[in-house]
Design a protein around this ligand. Structure first.
Ligand SMILES: Cc1cc2nc3c(=O)[nH]c(=O)nc-3n(C[C@H](O)[C@H](O)[C@H](O)COP(=O)(O)O)c2cc1C
Length: 254
């Protein structure tokens, strides 16, 4: 294990109980929490004549609401800009993290990130998070063109995180050219994210065949293109949203 103290901008380091571990609380993502119906946090959006025949004040953007008249009277490029303003308001009005979030004290976190991941995974399972073993996998071409997609975590064995796909797929070709990848798990009801970054290696043909054979709906046909991969993390970062918006990062460098 080595130290990895990347520059994450404004930060308040707390205790560092394990070598190679950095704990950060950050308020870099602070923005006013939107509380529907609360005039202190809600920004009224005035839309004249947009909510029926009467001139009305809508306090919330409506799906498909047309543009305020000032925007609508402009030529089409500005109208496009207006559409994006309206979309921005709709996004702004969407719910934030749940108010009732689990606590996380990095000082009591285990030294092994896999142990912590399994704790968080169990918590996600008992909280009813659907497919908590689903993650986004980012890969890139040799020249640095990035792509990502969702996959299913197959196993974690001896510190390596397993996933499977076709070698001939885009990700398979990218991994052949550049065997590095980043995983990202997100458990929305818990306000938790885990990211895992590292080098990727191929597991054996036997292990890949077994994974293919065990897939739901397997019909007994072999698939020699199916490949089980192992990601060997150099970095695992746990992120916990906090109701006071001082979100916590706990990062292991391996
Ligand atoms: C929740 C979820 C889980 C998925 N799991 C896998 C998987 O384990 N392996 C796989 O090859 N594709 C999986 N897919 C499909 C991939 O997201 C992707 O569409 C496919 O692998 C082709 O990706 P590529 O063209 O970037 O290589 C999954 C999709 C979703 C939405």
């Amino acid at each position: 294990m080595g130290y990895f103290l990347g520059n994450l901008g404004p930060k308040v380091p707390t205790r560092v109980p394990h070598a190679g571990v950095e704990q950060i609380t950050t308020d870099r993502f602070v923005h006013p929490r939107y509380v529907p119906g609360d005039r202190k946090t809600e920004k009224p959006v005035v839309q004249q004549g947009q909510c029926g025949r009467r001139r009305v004040v809508c306090d919330r953007p409506r799906r498909g609401a047309s543009l305020p008249s000032t925007e609508a009277s402009r030529p089409s490029p500005s109208r496009l800009a207006g559409v994006s303003i309206s979309l921005r308001r709709r996004f702004r009005a969407l719910p934030d993290f749940p108010v009732d979030l689990p606590g996380f004290d990095p000082a009591t976190a285990p030294a092994d990130p896999v142990e912590l991941f399994l704790e968080w995974l169990d918590h996600a399972l008992s909280a009813g998070v659907p497919q908590p073993h689903a993650f986004s996998l980012a890969t890139s071409t040799a020249s640095g063109q990035i792509s990502s997609r969702m996959l299913i975590l197959k196993n974690i064995h001896e510190g390596a995180w397993h996933f499977a796909s076709a070698r001939g797929s885009r990700k398979g070709r990218e991994l052949a050219a550049n065997p590095q990848a980043a995983m990202n798990f997100y458990w929305e009801p818990l306000g938790r994210q885990v990211r895992v970054v590292g080098a990727v290696s191929l597991l054996s043909a036997e292990a890949s065949a077994l994974d293919w054979a065990e897939r739901p709906g397997a019909d007994g046909q072999a698939n020699p293109d199916w490949q089980l991969y192992a990601l060997h993390p150099t970095e695992v970062e746990f992120w916990q949203a906090s109701p006071d918006r001082h979100h916590i990062r706990h990062r292991y460098a391996l």
